[in-house]
Design a protein around this ligand. Sequence first.
Ligand code: SF4
Ligand code: SF4
Length: 217
Amino acid sequence: MDSLNNQGFAECQRCGTCCKKGGPALHFEDQQLIDAGSIPLASLYTIRKGELARNNVTGGLICLPIEIIKIKSRPDDSFCMYYNDVDASCEIYDKRPFECRAMECWNSDKIAALYDQNRLTRSLVLEKADWLKDLVNTHEAECDLDRIQALVKDRETGDANAASVLTEMVNYDFHLRSIVTEKGKIAPDMLDFVFGRPLNEIISRQFKIKIEKSKTV
Ligand code: SF4
Ligand code: SF4
């Protein structure tokens, strides 16, 4: 017999509790929703390899071994951007992603079995856009999070060069975002998908230090 959810049901009541915890990560099965335009790239963001992220199945924070692509949350809270709290509904219910279709809060086995399997990555999503893929790879190489972690440790020991390299990386990330949007290559609302969230924000959140871009930038 199925276990019951916190309202005593063994079927989805569309209460929206799971949607309020944030948007889902995307899997191979969701590529078709992107290709068809049901989920635009502007609705996505990337959590990069090496970033800390919450594992919604085990509940703990993990350092990601591979990037994940997620649906954005609303700007002022954690709710999935497609959650409509006027009538507690999903605005893309018929086209909702794979994880959402698999979610059964009364039975975690189904979501646990697929949770970290077949996740979409930027290189898969951008398979037909070589120039964007190249840009992603260049940015990853310049702003590698393993290297940043090592630099943060060196900075803590008073290494001025490490501090200056971190500032250069933050400057690079800032500049690249500015240039591609000013030149009209990438829409501003696609930046967090293409490059992940701004590097200074990642460093601040993950390592609890503030690296400002230099004042000449
Ligand atoms: S699966 Fe989500 S929307 Fe459905 S009952 Fe559970 S928490 Fe509510
Ligand atoms: S896409 Fe829809 S079902 Fe999935 S988390 Fe967002 S609002 Fe909920």
